[in-house]
Design a protein. Sequence first.
Length: 187
Amino acid sequence: MSREIGRSYVLSQPTVLKYANDAVDELRRVGDVEASPVLLGFLSRKLKMQCFQYPGDDEVRALMGPILQPYLVRAESINFAGRESADQPLSTRVSRSTEEEFLQIVSSLAEGHRPGLTSSALLRELVEDYVAQQRTNRSTSAVASPQATQEASTPLPRIDTEALLADVLDAVRLQLEHHGLKPIKSN
């Protein structure tokens, strides 16, 4: 059930379960729930057991319905489609052509000298390489600049996501070239 909900709202299964458990914790604090031994008993069960019990337990459904109704009305008004989150798959955060090119790159690496390589493993590797490269660049500029100690105390600038994506794609191209592969040109 959490996988199906996750797909609908572009969330990972662990995130769906976390939100569900958080919601149950919040419901336990609602006055009408605290006053009902039946609801407290129901909400003290594991989430999986609640899911199995709820459809067939008329008493719990009759007590819970009026409590949940305002939350359900509010939830229906939220526009989830336009939101970007860390849980969204790559396909919803980059253009379709970029995603297809990236998947082709991963596929060719997996068929070649990187058997079993997945897109998430390559993304993790690229991000780790990018962070290491930036760390090296910062330490090199810190040695070159005596003002580095003063700059270290100032907050970091906001991240330009388009520039970051361009840098990640450049890192992908460098990795491909490092492994002897030519990147596929997109139209």
